[in-house]
Ligand binder design. Structure first.
Ligand code: RFL
Length: 407
């Protein structure tokens, strides 16, 4: 049984700092991104007391445009737990992607290959907004503007700083959902293995206030570098341009971005892009990190805190939701039924899935990018061969579809 009776707190309390609230909870969650909020909602749904502490202010969290492509497993988890209303209402189904290169363009209808499943496109900031609202409705406690500064995995205690000063808070369990630059992963012991990989590629990630220009997600391969086109909502489209890793995003004016997209997307051949104001341009380094194991004592890492993954295959938010669900289930079994089996196996259950996502993400990097070392011609030949095979081989398309949408 639970040690405390849960108390519903008024939503207005969520905007205050931590000071003045009970500093002891059942599950203390660091970070209000997709992983922390899915975990918080699932635990609240099961009657578990939770406290989510988030460094950023509410407005910052609600305007952070990142992911958009949710796989079928994520959509199922959200819908099954009463978190999918916005996604089901406003999300759009996407089941086709296109590859464009010097030899023309071909499409892969991945919704008819592999397991016959598609993506739901729903902007991450809209999902986060839905999750915050639902979490507060479920009586969850959420404190913005609280920066966690140190973590003790053995006692599930955090030190924090907020507008009122510094303090400490404790849970029976601690969930590290604070992303790839968070602090919770540093509380793991030295003996933990940290696998790091810099893929040597960077993207200029661009958001344009423009409707999508093509019906499908489009990956363009060009000797100048990769370019990508992904719908986000009826009025917003994400574009990617491969750039040198040390490039300055401010050097990319709107005109330069559209000119590079025109060349790499071969618009002279395939038709123009629908242009609009560019609202975001940032460099994203394609890097991976996997922590093994992702748990220690009372601390459990979830999402980007457990494994940073390059956005090349749109897996990060999907892994975060998958892990949050597994951890929620394991915590409920431990708290409600004194069954710690799933909790003990949390890391070993997640890691094979994390590695499969990493593997496919790397496969996509190799498919989409020109050589970054001196072996230009040989690498270009391999890339063409891989693309030809994806275009011509049913088996290859089934492989692609299964991994593209699956976790
Ligand atoms: P988040 O979203 O980074 O949230 C972590 C939260 O923790 C807070 N925090 C702290 N709070 C208190 N104290 C501290 N010391 C703290 N340090 C950090 C942060 O403020 C933040 O609010 O991690 P989470 O929840 O694990 O979610 C991960 C996803 O956000 C991420 O994997 C995806 O956005 C990756 N990703 C994509 N994933 C997909 O599944 N599909 C996609 O289409 C997709 N597209 C993308 C992406 C990531 C991108 N970028 C920016 C790398 C496209 C891009 C461009």
């Amino acid at each position: 049984m639970l040690p405390h009776r849960d108390r519903a707190r008024p939503a207005s309390g969520a905007e205050k700092g931590l000071a003045g609230v009970d500093d002891h909870t059942t599950v203390l969650i660091v970070g209000a991104g997709p992983s922390g909020l899915v975990l918080g909602n699932l635990l609240r749904g099961a009657g578990v007391e939770t406290l989510v502490v988030e460094r950023a202010q509410r407005e910052q969290v609600l305007t952070r445009a990142r992911a958009g492509f949710l796989g079928p497993h994520s959509a199922r988890v959200l819908a099954e737990h009463g978190l999918g209303a916005g996604m089901l209402h406003r999300g759009r189904t996407h089941g086709v992607c296109a590859f464009r290169g010097g030899d023309g363009e071909f499409e892969v209808d991945y919704s008819r290959r592999g397991r016959g499943e598609a993506h739901t496109v729903y902007p991450q900031q809209d999902l986060v907004s839905d999750l915050i609202e639902e979490y507060l409705d479920r009586g969850g406690d959420l404190r913005f503007g609280v920066t966690v500064t140190d973590v003790d995995a053995r006692t599930a205690t955090i030190g924090y700083r907020d507008a009122t000063g510094t303090g400490r808070a404790r849970g029976r369990f601690l969930a590290g959902c604070d992303g790839s630059n968070g602090v919770t992963r540093h509380a793991l012991p030295e003996s933990v293995t940290r696998h790091r990989q810099d893929h040597g590629v960077a993207w200029l990630a661009v958001l344009a206030e423009a409707p999508q220009s093509m019906a499908a997600v489009t990956y363009a391969l060009h000797d100048d570098g990769f370019a990508g086109h992904m719908a986000r909502s009826p009025d917003v489209t994400r574009y990617y341009l491969q750039v040198p890793p040390d490039d300055d995003p401010e050097a990319w004016t709107d005109d330069r971005i559209w000119a590079a997209l025109d060349v790499r997307m071969r618009t002279a051949e395939f038709g123009p892009l629908r242009r609009g104001r560019i609202t975001e341009r940032r460099i994203v380094h394609l890097r991976s990190e996997v922590v093994d194991p992702i748990q220690h004592d009372r601390l459990f890492l979830v999402g980007d805190a457990a494994s940073a993954i390059s956005p090349s295959a749109a897996k990060g938010a999907n892994l975060a939701i998958m892990e949050a669900e597994l951890l929620a289930r394991a915590l409920v079994a431990a708290l409600h039924h004194d069954d710690h089996t799933a909790l003990a196996a949390y890391s070993s259950t997640c890691l094979p899935r994390i590695w499969r996502a990493q593997e496919f993400s790397r496969w996509m990097i190799d498919l989409l990018h020109g050589p970054t070392d001196g072996s230009a011609d040989f690498q270009r030949g391999l890339r063409h061969a891989r693309l030809d095979s994806l275009r011509d081989s049913d088996a290859h398309q089934h492989f692609f579809a299964e991994h593209y949408v699956g976790i």
